[in-house]
Design a protein around this ligand. Structure first.
Ligand code: NAD
Length: 290
């Protein structure tokens, strides 16, 4: 794999994390966003994160050396010589399609294009590209510097070379590729996890088990740090309902249908930690009510 320069478009939560891990591995990384404020914030986030890693002895060089490899710009043109473009802008099909159309007009023919979408089909994002075979999904998990799995997703048009490059790049970053060979809704990890989450909600809805016991069981029996309902309160019940509805609408498979208990809680504004009430209740300081 010959790669020297990476262009990360969208310098938010995910983009800044992706730029950081690239720079930590010695790549020249340029972040693009729509305004200087977003880019300043991203640079500060990266600085804090690498300094923390250095304090913990997890960085093999000085933080300043890593940070020196990251540049920030609002001008897409500075990425014309990138070997790999990773898009991490808003989760909106039109925004992503428009962006890749512009990118395609700027970068060279050898450049691999990747999207970090959570749920939009890779094939839809690449629909209007003249070279959709060089587009793939690289689905990083949050927080990027800490999470070691990355889904490598093959769109309908993605060619073998691009798909294999995705795996190689993920390994180069020191992470593990999870190869998703078909472009399906929810990809592999969130899709499988979703079923456990939905079943957990149904079990509570049917009075089979309390949220407390279910979460405790997941922690003690399955070695998870948090159970599915604790996680649901953290992520936001509204965010989950939207994601599950999207997968259900695409698949029309009842196993993905969000249960009434989730729909009603969202309708009542019980969205989890952010509203003080979800599967559990929270004090104003964020601690859980007993
Ligand atoms: N947050 C997560 O946990 C998570 C996990 C996996 C994947 N994702 C996906 O990653 C992508 C980014 O998510 P995020 O949480 O980092 O979002 P975010 O809102 O933190 O960041 C998105 C950034 O993109 C910028 N942006 C929007 N349009 C742009 C454009 N045309 N050109 C340049 N920059 C643009 C915004 O200004 C913003 O800074 C989404 O597709 C999301 O679904 C998110």
């Amino acid at each position: 794999m010959k790669i020297d320069k990476v262009l990360v478009i969208g310098a938010g939560t995910m983009g800044s994390g992706i730029a950081q891990v690239g720079a930590q591995k010695g790549l020249k990384t340029t972040m693009i966003d729509t305004g200087p404020e977003m880019l300043d914030k991203a640079m500060k986030t990266i600085s804090r994160s690498v300094e923390k890693l250095a304090e913990k002895g997890k960085l093999s060089e000085k933080p300043t050396e890593v940070i020196a490899r990251v540049t920030a710009s609002t001008d897409l043109q500075v990425g014309a010589d990138a070997d790999l473009v990773i898009e991490a802008v808003f989760e909106d099909l039109r925004v992503k399609q428009d962006l890749f159309a512009r990118v395609e007009g700027i970068v060279g023919h050898h450049t691999v294009l990747a999207t970090n979408t959570s749920a939009i089909p890779i094939s839809a994002i690449g629909k209007d590209l003249s070279g959709p075979e060089r587009l793939l999904g690289l689905h990083f998990f949050n927080p990027v510097p800490m999470m070691d799995a990355v889904e490598v997703i093959r769109g309908v048009c993605t060619n073998d070379e691009t798909f294999a490059f995705g795996a190689e790049f993920v390994r180069f970053l020191g992470k593990e590729p999870i190869m998703v060979k078909t472009d399906i809704a929810g990809f592999a990890l969130n899709r499988a996890n979703m079923l456990a989450n939905l079943e957990a909600m149904r079990l509570v809805e049917n009075g089979v088990v309390t949220p407390e016991d279910l979460d405790k069981g997941f922690r003690l029996a399955f070695g998870r740090r948090m159970g599915p309902l604790e996680t649901s309160d953290l992520v936001g019940l509204d965010v989950q309902l939207m994601a599950y509805t999207n997968v259900y609408m695409e698949e029309r498979d009842p196993k993905f249908h969000p249960p009434a208990i989730l729909r009603r809680k969202v309708a009542a504004g019980h969205l989890g930690r952010k509203t003080g009430k979800g599967w559990y209740e929270y004090n104003p300081d964020g601690t859980r009510k007993q």
